[in-house]
Each structure stands twice: as structure tokens, then as C-alpha cells.
Design a protein around this ligand. Structure first.
Ligand SMILES: C[S@@+](CC[C@H](N)C(=O)[O-])C[C@H]1O[C@@H](n2cnc3c(N)ncnc32)[C@H](O)[C@@H]1O
Length: 428
């Protein structure tokens, strides 16, 4: 690990005022999992080229050994982070009733964790699929309600016939999928889509394709990454497989049961109390006028890492089912670091506007381009340019687990999973 960072003597002049907030001390003295934090320094530069040294702490701050995350999180999404990451910051930097925001919310890990902890969730994502996956979990229906609604749906009433999808589905299953799609879009158009329908839509989207019998499809890649029709033809040939018929209502109910497994009456009450003030936006996050100035206590987020993940490509089948035109979505995927920094500076300017004085942004980034680009260094000048102070960088260094490998970068090869989080503060 230490080779990854430029370690400097603390004698080198720093342009950041040393801060000794409570959080800083908590991170410095953290030893919940046996080891104490290792302190190093990350060298960065302002946009004008002045050197900036940011205190950096390495430890296992959250771990696979911790109590598993709440079952409601189990909606897969490309490049999602573990719920333990936002929890670490939410618990230490906010109080119940505070607004917690994620400008790149994805499946809504930050928002759901915030809501379960009694904080008001605020989120934004340019892809409409995101709100479709996030919103239903703020007001989960009961299993009885879901079962009753599934019985009411006519799974034979279909008129679309996307033949190319037969590489994923048995003809009977495809018929049921298009019938459910038709039902949901009709309810959406006539304004009768309710919380139970939205839950069913979210769960069906999660079951569309995957690598185990619990999915509607024949064996394919994990559910957050639908392959192209051409690639699926190859998978079917290589594995000598043909899709078998699945009962999609049964699979939706089974997954619903898993999602609801950890829900206590207290969870339902907490979610209900924060849901009415929640705000979900579908747009780019560099201009979010619906969010009042000085209203957010904490943002925990991870942006697109250059062009590392193809969000549009990976979600094409999910978007088809939800009636979303995936090609029309303007996802930020700059190839070049300069363009990425310009886009992130705009995001930080907007975050500066909406953060409360003294509020924080925990900005999670990774190594890209085989470790040649360390985005935590690149983030520092963007934050400073927008008026934020980089307080520290936290590196969670934990033993690799399958679910932790979100990025497809060199973490996998190292057998470790590192999250690098730049913590920035708006002056009080
Ligand atoms: C790394 S993922 C976030 C995953 C999230 N932390 C989670 O746990 O699910 C980045 C997200 O940013 C979204 N995105 C890309 N460009 C955006 C933009 N300009 N404004 C808002 N969201 C954007 C993508 O659609 C994607 O969902």
C-alpha cells in the first residue's frame, strides 16, 4: 500500500490549515478492528500549481467482518459502494433529521443508509433508472400486498415481441416480461402506478438477467451488467445452454422476501418519517436549483471514474424494461483527466452552494488507468477551486471480498479492496 502514495515529511510547507476537528481525531485514533490508523501525506496541487499536502489515514475503517448491511440494500448496480462506507460518515458527521445528499446516487446506497438512520435523503442521478431503483425502498409494501398485486396482473396480456431477447429468455418467460412491462407503463401513463407497482418494477428490473436460477434469464453476467445480444449468443454457445421457462411472479415474490428480511417495525417507522421530506432528482448534478442553499449537512458520493464504467451500456436491458431511452441519457464519462476535473469542479461549486456552513463532502474515488491516475490527488484542486477545504483523505484498506470489487480496476489483482475518500469541508 505505502508504495501507492507519495509519503512526505510533515516539515514540507502545506497550504491547508491544520484542522483538529472531532472527526479528524476519530479517524486518527481509530482502532475498532485491531490496527491503529497509519498516517501519511498525499501531495497534490491547487489549480494554480501551489503544493498542497493533505493528511491521509489508512486503516480498515469498515470491514466485511462487520454486521452485514441491511437487506433492503440488495439491489445490484454497477459500481455501487458498500453501505458501510456512507454509514461511517453519516454516523459521525450528522444527526437524525439532517439532510444527507448523494449527487451521483446510483442504486441509492447513501440515501437508503441515511434514511435507515433517520436522516432525510436527498439524491440526484442523470439516469432515470436510478430513482426507479431508489424510491420504492423508502416505503416498502408488505409481502401480502405484493403477492396480492402480482395475482391481479395479467401476465398473458402482451403485444410487444422483441424476438432478439430470446437469447436471454424462454418464449413463455419473455411473454410474461413484456406483459408486466405493458402493465407498468400503462399504470404510469394513466397515473395509477402506486408504491406496490413501483416495488414490483424495481424488483423485476433486479431479476431481469443474472448468473443464478433466481433470475428470469438463462445464465449470463451478474445482474448489474447486461451483455449485448451478440455476447449472449456466444455465452449460450460456449455453455451449450438454452433458456428454460421461469415463473416471474414467483421470482419477484422470492426476491421481495429477501429484500424485506431485515425490516423491523422500527425501520418502517423511521423510513416513513423521513420519506415525506426526501427529494430525488433526475438530471445532471452540477445545477440542482430544487435543493435550497445551505441545506445539506453531508454529501457522500462516488462520481463516474473517467470512462471506466459504461453505465448506459450496462443498463440497456433495464432501461428497455422501464421504458427509458438509454441512448438519450447524458452520463458524464470524460476520457481525459482535464475534462473530468472541469466537470467535478462544477459539481463541487454546486455542492458548496447547497452545503450548510461547516457541512462536509465525502468524495469516493479510485485508482484508474492501472494506477497511473490517482483521482484523490486530482480531486483536491477541484474542491479548492470551488471554495471547499480538503480536510483529510481516508483510505479504507480491506481484504478483498467478491461484493467489494466494484470497480474492475487493479484492486482485484492485489486481493484487496481500497476505497479512497477525500473529505472536504465548507467553512463555517
Ligand atoms: C459510481 S456510480 C454511483 C454509485 C452509487 N454510489 C451507489 O452506491 O449505487 C455513478 C453514478 O453517476 C451517475 N451520473 C453520471 N453522470 C452524472 C451527472 N452528470 N449527474 C448526475 N449523475 C450522474 C451515473 O448514472 C451513475 O449512476
Amino acid at each position: 500500500m505505502s508504495g501507492d502514495f507519495l509519503q512526505l515529511s510533515l516539515q514540507i510547507p502545506v497550504t491547508i490549515k491544520p484542522v483538529t476537528t472531532q472527526f479528524f481525531d476519530q479517524v486518527r485514533t481509530f482502532s475498532d478492528f485491531g490496527e491503529t490508523s497509519r498516517q501519511i501525506v498525499t501531495e497534490a496541487q491547487t489549480a494554480a500549481g501551489e503544493p498542497v499536502c493533505v493528511p491521509t489515514f489508512v486503516n480498515e475503517f469498515w470491514t466485511a467482518k462487520q454486521r452485514a448491511a441491511h437487506s433492503l440494500h440488495e439491489i445490484s448496480y454497477r459500481a455501487c459502494f458498500k453501505p458501510q462506507l456512507p454509514r461511517f460518515f453519516i454516523e459521525r458527521l450528522t444527526s437524525p433529521g439532517d439532510r444527507v445528499y448523494d449527487p451521483f446516487m446510483g442504486r441509492g446506497t447513501t440515501l437508503l443508509e441515511a434514511a435507515l438512520l433517520g436522516r432525510v435523503p436527498v439524491g440526484c442521478d442523470v439516469n432515470p433508472l436510478s430513482a426507479v431503483l431508489v424510491e420504492p425502498r423508502f416505503s416498502p409494501p408488505t409481502l401480502t400486498e405484493i403477492e396480492a398485486r402480482l395475482k391481479e396482473i395479467d401476465f398473458a396480456d402482451s403485444d410487444e415481441w422483441p424476438e432478439e431477447l430470446l437469447v436471454f429468455y424462454h418464449p413463455d418467460t419473455l411473454k410474461e416480461i413484456v406483459a408486466l412491462k405493458k402493465y407498468l407503463l400503462r399504470r404510469q401513463t394513466d397515473g395509477t402506478l402506486d408504491t406496490i407497482d413501483k416495488w414490483i418494477r424495481m424488483t423485476a428490473i433486479n431479476r431481469l438477467t443474472g448468473h443464478s436460477p433466481g433470475f428470469f434469464s438463462v445464465y449470463t453476467l451478474p445482474p448489474n451488467q447486461a451483455v449485448s445480444v451478440k455476447s449472449q449468443i456466444k455465452i449460450n454457445t460456449d455453455r451449450n445452454q438454452t433458456p428454460i421457462a421461469k415463473n416471474i411472479a414467483k421470482l419477484i415474490l422470492k426476491k421481495s422476501k429477501q429484500l424485506l428480511a431485515d425490516c423491523t417495525p422500527e425501520n418502517f417507522d423511521t423510513l416513513k418519517s423521513v420519506h415525506r421530506n426526501a427529494l430525488l432528482l433526475t438530471q445532471t448534478c452540477d445545477r440542482t436549483l430544487q435543493i435550497p442553499a445551505n441545506s445539506i449537512s453531508l454529501a457522500v458520493t462516488s462520481p463516474p471514474f473517467l470512462d471506466v464504467v459504461d453505465y448506459a451500456g450496462d443498463n440497456w436491458l433495464r432501461c428497455w424494461f422501464a421504458g427509458i431511452d438509454a441512448k438519450a441519457i447524458k452520463i458524464t464519462v470524460p476520457k481525459k483527466l482535464d475534462a473530468w476535473q472541469a466537470a467535478m469542479t462544477d459539481v463541487f461549486r454546486e455542492l458548496h452552494r447547497i452545503l450548510k456552513p461547516g457541512g462536509y463532502v465525502a468524495f469516493e474515488v479510485g485508482e484508474v488507468r492501472g494506477g497511473r491516475v490517482k483521482l484523490e490527488q486530482a480531486v483536491v484542486p477541484c474542491g479548492i477551486e470551488a471554495g471547499l477545504t480538503p480536510e483529510l483523505i481516508l483510505i479504507n484498506d480491506q481484504v478483498f471480498t467478491k461484493t467489494a470489487n466494484c470497480w474492475g480496476v487493479d484492486n482485484n489483482a492485489k486481493g484487496t479492496n481500497t476505497n479512497r475518500i477525500v473529505l472536504l469541508r465548507k467553512d463555517a
